[in-house]
Design a protein around this ligand. Structure first.
Ligand SMILES: Nc1ncnc2c1ncn2[C@@H]1O[C@H](COP(=O)(O)OP(=O)(O)OP(=O)(O)O)[C@@H](O)[C@H]1O
Ligand SMILES: [Mg+2]
Length: 335
């Protein structure tokens, strides 16, 4: 079965093609329009999606060596995300399905991130999933795919948002995660210490806004020149605080749910220090750690197509009346 996935929830326009369960193309256009603003400007994002959606879908189809009329199913992101951005991909996908008379499947973006771990490998359930992205930091217990129990989530900023805001504050550009990752490689993570919040909270929630506040205080007390000349050590310290908070909560969840498989997905899963510490955890505990390749950590349509295949096999198609849902939870605590 030839399946086309379309993703436009935020600032990536992406299209991917699967052939009988194998990914054969995945085109991601990352919008550069937002860099000068230090964050995503929703109106610019939807306009950029409108400009890019046709060339991106065309490229995915041609790289796959197929033609549009061969496509048998299309999946697109319904939410969560920016409403204008979501509407571009969703309307495009539904219109194509109507014109080609093929089924359509709407998908949840966070569940799609979880399914990025299934693009190249199998994952056994029950499993734990840590979703760490620009807008979400969530821990889920997954008794089987399609069923998600929210164990904990951030009470304020997401991990990626914390790195993005820190980077913006220090004038290092957007998105901040990759910049921090690159510069921190040259630094000493133990020279400056930043807070690891809520490790003793007795639940599996996270908090990252304290790191941002302490960076601002540090900057004010040490001065700009000191920060500039010690940037690698400072960023390594900030990154270490974020990574330690994530790994520590994951370890706490693993104590309660000693599963064989753990999934770590979302843009922050691209972080080299996090990957290093997760590899150590996996080795120490003998647990299988599923982290997608870096190209599938940030937003992409491969994960959307992979989830659409699963949902279509399980539930059939979605109605073409399905509309964008900007705020869409995967699961509420206690579900
Ligand atoms: N190497 C890296 N290290 C740390 N963070 C990273 C790295 N690469 C990307 N990120 C972060 O990942 C985030 C983007 O991830 P993603 O595309 O999954 O988020 P989003 O789609 O904007 O949000 P959501 O998925 O929650 O709706 C940004 O915050 C970015 O800074
Ligand atoms: Mg995302």
């Amino acid at each position: 079965m030839l399946v086309l996935g379309i993703e436009t929830s935020c600032d990536e326009t992406s299209a991917a093609v699967f052939n009988d369960g194998t990914l054969i193309s995945n085109i991601v256009y990352s919008q550069s329009e937002h860099r000068r603003y230090g964050g995503v400007v929703p109106e610019l994002a939807s306009r950029a999606h409108i400009r890019r959606i046709v060339p991106v879908v065309d490229e995915a189809i041609s790289e796959a060596g197929v033609s549009l009329s061969d496509i048998e199913l299309i999946g697109a992101t319904v939410g969560p995300g920016l409403v204008g951005s979501l509407l571009v991909g969703l309307t495009f996908a539904k219109t194509l399905c109507f014109a080609l008379d093929i089924p359509f499947v709407g998908v949840n973006h966070i569940e799609a991130h979880i399914f990025s771990s299934l693009v190249y490998e199998d994952v056994s359930t029950p499993a734990l999933a840590l979703v760490v992205s620009g807008g979400h930091t969530e821990l889920h217990f997954i008794p089987e795919f399609g069923v998600y129990r929210l164990l904990g989530k951030t009470r304020d900023d997401a991990a990626g948002e914390c790195l993005d805001k820190t980077s913006k504050f220090l004038g290092l550009g957007y998105p901040g995660g990759p910049v921090v990752d690159r510069i921190a490689k040259e630094g000493d993570p133990d020279r400056f210490s930043f807070p690891r919040a809520m490790l003793e909270s007795g639940d599996l929630d996270f908090s990252f806004s304290g790191i941002k506040t302490s960076v601002i205080e540090f900057f004010t007390s040490c001065g700009e020149d000191f920060v500039r000349s010690n940037l690698p050590d400072i960023l390594a310290g900030i990154q270490e605080a974020v990574v330690d908070s994530l790994v520590e909560k994951l370890k706490q969840a693993y104590k309660i749910y000693p599963v064989s498989d753990i999934i770590v997905v979302g843009g922050v899963a691209a972080n080299s220090r996090l990957r290093e510490k997760l590899a150590r955890f996996s080795e120490a505990e003998g647990v299988r750690m599923h982290i997608p390749p870096v190209s599938l950590c940030t937003d992409n349509a491969a994960m959307v197509a992979r989830l659409a295949i699963f949902l279509f096999e399980r539930n059939g198609s979605s109605p073409l009346s399905l509309s964008a849902v900007p705020r869409l939870d995967l699961a509420q605590k206690g579900d």
